[in-house]
Design a protein around this ligand. Structure first.
Ligand SMILES: CC(C)(COP(=O)(O)OP(=O)(O)OC[C@H]1O[C@@H](n2cnc3c(N)ncnc32)[C@H](O)[C@@H]1OP(=O)(O)O)[C@@H](O)C(=O)NCCC(=O)NCCS
Length: 185
């Protein structure tokens, strides 16, 4: 029977991988795209575990690469469900690298992937609710709610249909742009 609510613990996924030379760029650092690939994989695993079905990636929140990762580092990705909606889930991911010889651990990046649960016909499927039972889990849930609200607000404010530059031109004065409008709005 599909559970109505699930614990955050039930779907946590951890993935560790040694960084090989084949994943590096010309300066011996690991490609950001490869890290994103691993993040997408772990988000998929975590969301699929929570929803007990396969999921698709709907959106990826900002990924700031805080520290480079070297060939030979052991990276560890930790994921957990931060938020659930009706068919969507926000998976929080933290990536750390460890220098095998010195044991030094660095925080490389954190990001939030929105995953949507699908049934066998590709239709969105309702996901179990989330049991949140720690201060951190409450904080992460509320932070996701805030990010979703901010994204909606941003999309609404800069919607193609309604956008008019008139009220924004003065905001651009302090930026590295030269305004040469060719069309009248
Ligand atoms: C993402 C996708 C499932 C949304 O489908 P849709 O028909 O627009 O569905 P809805 O508008 O009903 O949204 C479904 C849920 O996804 C959420 N969602 C949709 N687009 C989103 C986005 N860009 N960011 C965050 N959440 C999003 C909605 O808020 C909704 O959440 P809820 O059910 O928890 O309330 C659909 O656009 C899709 O399949 N995209 C391709 C996914 C894919 O192939 N990913 C791999 C990339 S190659």
């Amino acid at each position: 029977m599909i559970k109505k609510y699930k614990d955050v613990e039930d779907s946590k996924v951890v993935l560790s991988e040694l960084m090989l030379p084949s994943h590096s760029n010309f300066s011996g650092k690991i490609h950001g795209g490869y890290i994103l690939f691993l993040m997408d994989q772990i988000a998929f695993a975590c969301a699929s575990k929570h929803s007990s079905t396969y999921c698709v990636t709907a959106s990826v929140d900002t990924v700031d690469f805080l520290n480079p990762i070297d060939v030979g580092d052991l990276i560890t990705l930790k994921s957990s469900i931060n938020y659930v909606g009706r068919t969507s889930m926000v998976v929080g991911i933290r990536v750390e690298s460890e220098n095998i010889k010195t044991g030094e651990i660095k925080h490389c990046n954190s990001s939030y992937f929105t995953m949507v649960a699908k049934d066998d016909k590709g239709v969105g499927m309702r996901v179990p609710g989330l049991i949140i039972n720690s201060n951190d889990e409450v904080r992460r849930f509320l932070k996701s709610v805030k990010r979703i609200e901010m994204k909606r607000q941003r999309q609404k404010e800069f919607d193609d249909e309604d956008f008019s530059h008139d009220s924004y031109l003065s905001d651009l004065e302090n930026y590295n742009v030269k305004i040469e409008l060719k069309e009248k709005n």
